[in-house]
Design a protein around this ligand. Structure first.
Ligand SMILES: NC(=O)c1ccc[n+]([C@@H]2O[C@H](COP(=O)([O-])OP(=O)(O)OC[C@H]3O[C@@H](n4cnc5c(N)ncnc54)[C@H](OP(=O)(O)O)[C@@H]3O)[C@@H](O)[C@H]2O)c1
Length: 340
């Protein structure tokens, strides 16, 4: 494998910055790394492997010659840039929702459907951050005992809405503690000492688009077009790390001990489950780490044979940048990124 010319598109954003650290340790054969963002960031310098790389303004021409472009810009901008960049022979791995449900674009979580990468036509998508960590957990359970129904409630960090939202949470926390009442800007409501059940726009059926994405993307990744899944997505005043309460029904009864065994043996998962000693996944522990953490595994008291569990992961890593690098490794690496 010859050394790759890789570009990070959206390198100055929440996900883009995460790529730098993940690629530092990746075993992808990186010959050259280039960083792209808006004209506002042109010339900004970012560290990589002991060097400093200057951010370039994103244009289709500037991306010419890249083997791989890791896209993490808005869905609207992705729609504008990804197709022409791919048409120039660059493989695009995209974190936005621009192409996730396009039948010609594989939607991939390497622990779940690695074989799908082979079907790409120049663009591969990664899922929504809440979907990524959920399917890593659902897949090993489903392989042992087919899923019938999933109910999921999310507790999503501010960074999931981008750098502007995280900066706003931090600034507004300071202002609120000083007695101010700052008006929300990057987020639709105040998030300090608050939460709200509204992520993305609402649809006519009463679900938010985030909730709908969890349903549709899970069906596509798991190859279960009729899976019954209902989500409620909530933004909470956490910096990094999405949490999810999952209630899962199976074709046959599933015991908590069987589920725990399956999850302990599954790739990408760390079980942290000793509530009596205060051991359960928390976003503050998951932030900056690779695994999807699972705990509170118990029988669902509302459903014979069903289980309830609690799932936490870093939304910027498994939810976006790490997942994309793992996809690239399926195609190009000598060995995968070690889980940290
Ligand atoms: N955050 C998450 O947890 C997460 C998880 C999964 C997927 N995603 C998806 O990943 C994408 C990026 O999310 P994010 O949270 O990293 O957003 P973000 O923090 O707001 O970063 C946005 C990036 O887009 C760049 N950008 C803005 N306007 C541009 C332009 N005209 N030309 C080129 N670049 C431009 C920004 O560059 P400047 O700094 O120069 O403005 C920045 O690098 C989104 O599609 C999001 O849905 C995010």
């Amino acid at each position: 494998m010859t050394d790759l010319k890789i570009g990070i598109v959206g390198a100055t954003g929440m996900v883009g910055r995460e790529y730098l650290g993940i690629l530092e340790l990746s075993r992808l054969p990186i010959g050259e790394l280039r960083l792209f963002a808006s004209a506002r960031s042109r010339g900004m310098r970012m560290p990589f492997r002991g060097d400093e790389l200057a951010v370039e303004e994103l244009t289709v021409d500037a991306c010419r010659g890249l083997d791989l472009a890791l896209f993490s810009i808005s869905t609207e901008l992705t729609r504008e840039y990804a197709l022409p960049v791919a048409a120039n022979g660059t493989l695009v791995i995209d974190d936005s929702s621009a192409f996730r449900l396009d039948p010609d674009v594989p939607l991939v979580v390497p622990e779940v459907n690695p074989e799908a990468v082979q079907r790409h036509h120049g663009i591969i998508a990664g899922p929504n951050c809440s979907t990524a960590q959920m399917v890593v957990v659902l897949a090993p359970l489903h392989r042992a005992n087919p899923l019938r129904r999933v109910v999921v409630d999310t507790y999503q960090a501010a960074s999931g809405a981008g750098k502007g939202a995280l900066d706003e949470l931090i600034d507004h926390t300071r202002q609120t503690l000083a007695g101010g009442t700052p008006a929300p800007n990057a987020l639709p409501h105040p998030l300090v000492f608050n939460l709200f059940p509204a992520i993305d726009a609402f649809r006519d059926d009463g679900y938010s688009r985030e909730e709908w994405k969890m349903q549709m993307e899970t069906r596509k990744i798991m190859g279960l077009p009729d899976l019954r899944l209902s989500a409620t997505c909530v933004r909470v005043p956490v910096a990094v790390g999405h949490s999810e309460a999952l209630h899962v029904e199976f074709e046959h009864p599933m015991s908590p001990s069987k589920a725990r065994g399956l999850l302990e043996a599954a790739p990408g998962i760390t079980v942290v489950d000793d509530p009596a000693h205060g051991q359960y996944p928390q976003p503050i522990d998951a932030a900056g780490r690779d695994p999807v953490y699972v705990g509170r595994i118990r029988a669902d008291s509302s459903l014979e044979g069903g289980i309830a569990l609690w799932v936490v992961a870093d939304n910027l890593r498994k939810g976006a940048a790490l997942n994309a690098v793992q996809i690239a490794e399926l195609l190009f690496a000598e060995a995968p990124v070690p889980v940290r």
